[in-house]
Design a protein around this ligand. Structure first.
Ligand code: PLP
Length: 383
């Protein structure tokens, strides 16, 4: 890339974030009731996994996503882990996902003794391609007794975990339809997509169950945190029980009816999150405005800025651009880094990591193409 173009990108980003100093990739913004609610927690002594903010957060998230239930967890990874477990994923099973995702998706699958199968992504959405999913299933799988089997491995494919990359919804209605036809449970990794909608419906509500994250770099944060979202009362009850050590409610006896997890979000974290959610609409508006500013700037430079897919409303969690090739990408990453602007390449493909390199994959040409060309740019809320 031409030096003058790289210089103008740095100048533009610093101007946009009104600083001469360092620009982070994504900083949390605490401009509301965060301190007030945290103090209330401390004053009340309810700082741990029981408390009014946990309940309040769960009600608020259910309302925002338009689903019936939300169950708060310690992080997004644990939410995915439990969601997959509740879909019956266990040792020896296979779970379809995309190679272009954060490691948490594949970790959660692995915690259950299952193995990921990698399906290519769509060039428009950066999320799982419905076409590649269909092709893979047609070529490799068969349904017997309402179960989907992989003919190459003779293993059952229990679940499919598409991910809404950088907050841009994937073609989730089509993917949901395919999963239904093939008797595969759909578990959306909606960790990055709070506030993102597809055809008017919130991401994470297209299958039976989904997972969100509220890590420090997400659009709103609880410090660390996550949630399971579902419309199914029985699943919600099971999720709540299994994330709180599967303790049978009783005034004093300790009885646990299965091996559970200590995955419940503490009230302190929920207090922070309740305050953050009060500003979600403002954050979303600010992010949309920033995406517009970037989009116009990069159009003038002839660089493709990634915009929300058709029929989708994205939260624009992380802004991203496409560069010409790997050397162009690396040159710009290096220049931004030495000039105090934080950027990062899209993830290394999961199937290239040591732990997953023997996993089965479809043709991953789009994922490989994107891996070499996409970088993220500073995307903090500007308020
Ligand atoms: C953030 C994230 C998660 C969950 O991460 P935690 O840090 O455990 O909250 C899962 N999947 C994706 C794609 C993510 O970006």
């Amino acid at each position: 890339m031409q030096k003058c173009n790289m210089q103008s990108i740095v100048k533009f980003i610093k101007q946009t974030f009104k600083t001469d100093g360092f620009v982070a990739l994504h900083e949390p913004k605490f401009i509301g009731n965060e301190k007030k609610y945290l103090n209330e927690c401390i004053d009340s002594t309810f700082v741990s996994s029981v408390g009014k903010y946990v309940d309040e957060f769960e009600r608020n998230l259910a309302k925002i996503t338009g689903s019936k239930y939300a169950v708060a967890t310690v992080n997004g990874t644990s939410a995915l882990h439990v969601a997959l477990k509740l879909m019956g994923v266990g040792v020896g099973d296979e779970v379809i996902t995309q190679p272009l995702t954060f490691i948490a998706t594949c970790n959660a699958i692995s915690y259950l003794g299952a193995r990921p199968v990698f399906i290519d992504v769509d060039l428009e959405t950066l999320g799982m391609s419905d076409v590649a999913l269909s092709e893979f299933l047609e070529q490799n799988c068969v349904v017997k007794d309402e179960k989907c089997f992989n003919k190459t491995t003779n293993k059952q494919i229990k679940a499919c975990v598409p991910m809404h990359t950088f907050g841009h919804p994937c073609k989730i209605d089509k993917i949901a339809g395919i999963c239904q036809n093939w008797h595969i449970s759909l578990v959306e990794d909606a960790a990055e997509s709070l506030g993102s909608f597809y055809k008017g419906k919130h991401t994470g509500t297209f299958g039976k169950i989904s997972a969100f994250s509220f890590n420090g770099n997400k659009i709103v944060t609880s410090g660390g945190g996550g949630a399971i979202v579902t419309d199914d009362e029985e699943l919600a009850k099971r999720a709540k029980s299994i994330t709180t050590t599967a303790k049978v409610p009783h005034p004093y006896e300790y009885v646990h009816n299965e091996v559970g997890f200590n995955y419940r979000m503490p009230n302190l974290n929920a207090a922070l999150l309740v305050a953050q959610l009060e500003n979600l609409d403002k954050f979303l508006a600010s992010k949309r405005e920033l995406a517009g500013i970037y989009s116009e700037f990069f159009a003038n430079l002839g660089i493709r800025f990634i915009t929300e897919p058709s029929e989708a409303k994205s939260n624009y969690w992380l802004n991203a651009i496409f560069l010409d090739d790997l050397s162009d990408r690396n040159e710009l990453l290096e220049f931004l880094s030495t000039n105090g602007v934080m950027s990062r390449p899209i993830w290394r493909l999961m199937n290239e990591l040591e732990m997953f390199q023997n996993c089965q994959s479809g043709d991953l040409k789009n994922a490989k193409f994107l891996e070499q060309r996409v970088i993220n740019l500073p995307s903090s809320v500007r308020l």
